[in-house]
Design a protein. Structure first.
Length: 104
């Protein structure tokens, strides 16, 4: 049984947030930081698929606590047990892509 860890979630951050300037030209707000938690689960022996859920958190929303991030799955090494293993789209996982949007 192979163990598949994070199946490579490549994130392209697309905030588009306006950050107001403070006195002296310094930014009064900071841009949010998006964090994606890792996932690890045994591959199993059945012919079906197992859903992997990734926890996404946003820290320090700044002056405008809203935004979005685009995500997609990519092939990649995901097994600390078998470093030579590379997860392949369509063989080891189904592709996923989309936009996660939040407001606070």
């Amino acid at each position: 049984m192979r163990r598949i860890t994070t199946l490579g979630a490549a994130l392209a951050v697309a905030f588009g947030l306006a950050v107001p300037a403070a006195e002296g030209g310094e930014a009064a707000c900071t841009a949010p930081v998006v964090n994606v938690g890792g996932v690890s689960q045994g591959e199993g022996t059945n012919a079906g698929y197992t859903t992997f859920l990734f926890t996404v958190s946003v820290d320090d929303g700044g002056c405008a606590p809203q935004g979005s991030v685009e995500y997609r799955t990519i092939d990649g090494n995901g097994s600390p047990v078998d470093p030579a293993f590379t997860a392949k789209e369509g063989i080891d996982y189904l592709p996923a892509a989309g936009t996660l949007t939040w407001s606070g």
